[in-house]
Design a protein around this ligand. Sequence first.
Ligand code: SAH
Ligand code: SF4
Length: 354
Amino acid sequence: MTTTDKDLFFDIHPDTYSQWAAQNGLPKYCLEQVSDWITKHHCLSFDDMTNISKKNRSILADRLRLNPFTSVTNQKASDGLATKYIFTLDSGVCIEAVALQERGYETLCVSSQAGCPVDCKFCLTGISGLKRNLTVSEIVGQLAIVLANNHHITHIVFMGMGEPLLNLKAVLPAMDWFQEPWGFHISRRHITVSTSGYEPGIDYLIKNNRYLNLAFSVGSAIPSIRETIMPIEKRYPITQLSLKLRQYSSQHNRKLTLEYTLLATVNDTDLCADQLIQLARFLNAKVNLINLNPHPMIPFEPVSHKHLMRFRQRLVMGGVQTTIRHPKGQDIVAACGQLQLTAVADTPISRQPK
Ligand code: SAH
Ligand code: SF4
């Protein structure tokens, strides 16, 4: 069989393992063994799956593909704390994930789309436009490969490339792989999905009573400013969206996180802080401040350290729990919002959410 004819392992649901095994002349527990090797022992090579007979390993290798990418490279930042992984898709387009080490835990920032159609003006991924949605295998494969490279991932954030709520069809099954006992069994509280506010996605989660640890990227709590930096505001206004977010967080009784990327002279005034306080109080949310990761292709500047502290202080004085996310891995362009399509096979298909 050629590589592309093979079935991709993470696209097979555990409920259908025995059926797949029977169709391929294998014992019915065989895929459970493969799954165990991958999710519990972080092994991605059939050769090393020693409790499976040689004959069955060779059938598996012939029919099944564990790595959905055509190539994988990685690069460590000079601070040693961030490692960027670049995965090449079948089409030749590259996507990225970043492993970030912090005291006592390690977070993997995964991509949900190749590029992004939302077009936020401060985001490098947005500049690339959307190439396509990632498949379940391509999302789960990012974690499986990073684990096989001896990282000890304890947390996952969907803060790499793409707007996860625009690809729930693959993101939700990938979440199952990440959190279920038959998968990687990472606590669902340790998996965060960050969204720019794609309202139909939030509607879907509400209707289906599906819990995700959600972070909302505010940009600005003032609609007239928000629409200049996040065009999604024109389609799904924050006034309407905040009602939905409130409904969602009360449905699950969990605190929402508001991410706020600071852009000098754009969304950093006292009035901006006060509006953010209002929003955070309305949503009973905490705030995570991110100073802009600058890049020559982004037409904005970060705020000074002093200003960042002042902004935070104002939020805290307003009764809002506030943390600051410090950038890591800037020298390898691995920090948030700095993930960019590195190989472009054809022109972007869309820059606006459908
Ligand atoms: N599409 C999702 C998740 C990926 S972006 C979202 O927008 O939420 C992850 C986070 O990085 C978002 O909070 C986004 O606002 C932030 N971000 C984007 N570009 C950035 C930049 N250049 N500097 C700092 N943060 C950035
Ligand atoms: Fe897309 Fe998020 Fe970047 Fe906006 S910030 S363009 S939604 S990846």
